[in-house]
Design a protein around this ligand. Structure first.
Ligand SMILES: Nc1ncnc2c1ncn2[C@@H]1O[C@H](COP(=O)(O)OP(=O)(O)OP(=O)(O)O)[C@@H](O)[C@H]1O
Ligand SMILES: [Mg+2]
Length: 500
């Protein structure tokens, strides 16, 4: 962005003239309304055009009834970051946000600041301003409460209209997007709503709270069968590059993954690896703290593109609703027996019940593939569960959960992978023992990793592998003992039945 002080001075005076002209035109308009006909309004416009040769384009943060921050606004904001920091840009008050890197800050222009820009020799000027929310202004009275409405206004000469509208504005959006990608810090969101300031320092109700996402797990350090890992990575690649495909077949650009398997088999770890691979944000939904289906929809709308929306332990989250109802029924039955007397505790519990989640299966189904789910696009939805058999088939059918991935106990291939990562060994005389024991007992990658982690300075590959073999033998003995006890119990039951 070049800077020209002469152009800047002329633009400044131009903006002042614009304001005068707007005032003139308002006076004219009122006069016209009171005394004259339409003809005079046209004259007033002509006069205003002579006094003020500047046109303007306003980019609003939220447009009309839109619930999401407008992309154009974010792109203009990002584009203007650099201009705002230029010494000659004329911006005196800047806003700062944390950026990539420990000490870095992203600076942008504050409210009521103006910045000049030059595009192919054409001078333009941007003004940042805000307006208070309307008194009873629909959506503004709701989600955003008292938040001001923010705008960027672009001023340019009428003779530059075609260049500015046809080329400069698309250029600003493109550049803005590039800046956003460069400054982007990946985030891990949780649906803990907070009153406070948003990313830009404005007061509002945030439906999501976030921290910077910095998980070290990648596919390079995730132990699983290589063929299965490649299949998942290929699937993610196809999704990431599938914009045109999804548009062509008329499907929303989203994909559902169901990760299932026992605890410690790497489901959460897989999500972190996916996010790192795709460079996406993660929205981790705690379903039990979402009160209603409508709230679920609202928090969905607030998610951004290029994100993974996660509901962990989906069976437990939905069961809670069921249990709550069951418990209440049982309690009501008890109350009926003792004469329907409500004590303080009961009232308190009923109050808690009211506050508890009322999200239903149909609410979740709608969330995954209802009409609202198509808003935005480029989103991956991941459910995890330890009990796939407990899930309602409707929830996990293809189309909702497109890819089902079983995360299983540690196989020999996964073990070798972990040994290489943790101990830097690719072969060892204890490998044979480990292989045969892994065929007999079920151990999670989490437990294998723990055994392969050196605990003291004296620990090395030999001691860690010996520890693992010892652990596997202990598990094998325990299994044999359990089988024996099970056998004896079954025999005892048989005897009892025969005696009867
Ligand atoms: N396949 C794997 N490769 C590498 N490390 C793994 C793998 N599986 C688990 N781990 C390690 O084990 C630990 C626990 O894994 P994780 O939390 O992903 O399990 P989970 O399947 O999500 O368990 P839960 O069902 O209890 O949530 C992690 O610290 C991770 O480093
Ligand atoms: Mg987990």
């Amino acid at each position: 962005m070049e800077e020209s002080s002469a152009a800047w001075a002329s633009l400044n005076s131009g903006v002042v003239l614009s304001l005068i002209a707007v005032l003139c035109s308002m006076v004219w308009k009122n006069l016209e309304g009171l005394f004259f006909g339409r003809h005079f309004n046209r004259q007033a416009r002509r006069l205003a055009a002579i006094v003020d040769p500047y046109l303007s384009v306003t980019v609003a943060e939220y447009d009309g009834g839109r619930m999401k921050q407008s992309d154009a606004y974010k792109e203009v904001q990002a584009y203007l970051q650099r201009a705002s920091c230029d010494a000659g840009g004329g911006v005196r008050h800047l806003k700062a946000e944390p950026a990539k890197g420990a000490d870095a800050l992203v600076l942008s222009m504050g409210d009521n600041e103006e910045v000049a820009d030059v595009f192919r020799g054409v001078n333009v000027s941007w003004l940042a301003y805000s307006k208070p929310p309307p008194e009873n202004g629909g959506y503004w009275g709701g989600r955003h409460g008292q938040a001001d409405r923010r705008f960027y206004c672009l001023f340019f000469l009428e003779r530059d209209r075609d260049l500015v509208l046809g080329e400069y504005l698309p250029y600003v959006r493109r550049k803005g997007r590039a800046v956003m990608v460069k400054n982007r810090q990946r985030k891990l969101f949780t649906n803990l709503s907070t009153e406070g300031t948003d990313d830009n320092g404005w007061w509002c109700t945030n439906l999501w709270s976030h921290v910077v996402f910095e998980h070290p797990k990648t596919f390079e350090t995730l132990a699983m069968k290589p063929a299965k890992k490649k299949e998942i990575m290929d699937d993610l690649d196809a999704f990431r590059n599938g914009k045109e495909y999804y548009a062509r077949v008329g499907k929303p650009w989203k994909r559902g993954y169901l990760l299932y398997g026992p605890p410690g088999t790497g489901k959460s770890t897989m999500i972190a690896a996916m996010a790192n691979y795709l460079d996406y944000d993660i929205y981790d939904i705690e379903l039990t703290s979402v009160r209603t289906n409508t709230d679920l929809r609202k928090i969905f709308i607030e998610t951004t593109n290029k994100s993974i929306i996660v509901i962990e332990d989906i069976d437990c989250s939905l069961d809670l609703t069921g249990k709550r109802k069951k418990k209440k029924k049982a309690k009501d039955a008890d109350a009926a027996k003792v004469g329907d007397q409500k004590d303080g505790n009961q009232e308190e519990e009923e109050e808690k019940d009211k506050e508890a989640s009322k999200v239903t299966l149909s609410g979740v189904l709608n969330f995954i593939d209802g009409l609202w789910s198509a808003c935005g696009g480029e989103r991956i939805i991941v459910f995890t569960t330890n009990h796939v058999d407990k899930l309602d088939p409707a929830l996990i059918r293809r189309g909702r959960m497109d890819k089902h991935i079983e995360m299983s106990y540690c196989c020999f291939e996964a073990f070798k992978f972990l040994a290489k990562i943790y101990l830097s060994v690719e072969s060892h005389h204890l490998f044979d023992d480990v292989e045969s024991l892994l065929g007999e007992v079920e151990i999670t990658p989490a437990d294998v990793s723990e055994n392969l982690t050196p605990k003291s300075d004296g620990d090395n590959a030999d001691t860690c592998l010996a520890d693992l073999v010892k652990e596997l033998k202990r598990m094998k003995a325990e299994k044999a003992q359990a089988a024996l006890a099970g056998g004896k119990e079954a025999a005892a039951v048989d005897d009892d039945e025969q005696e009867e």
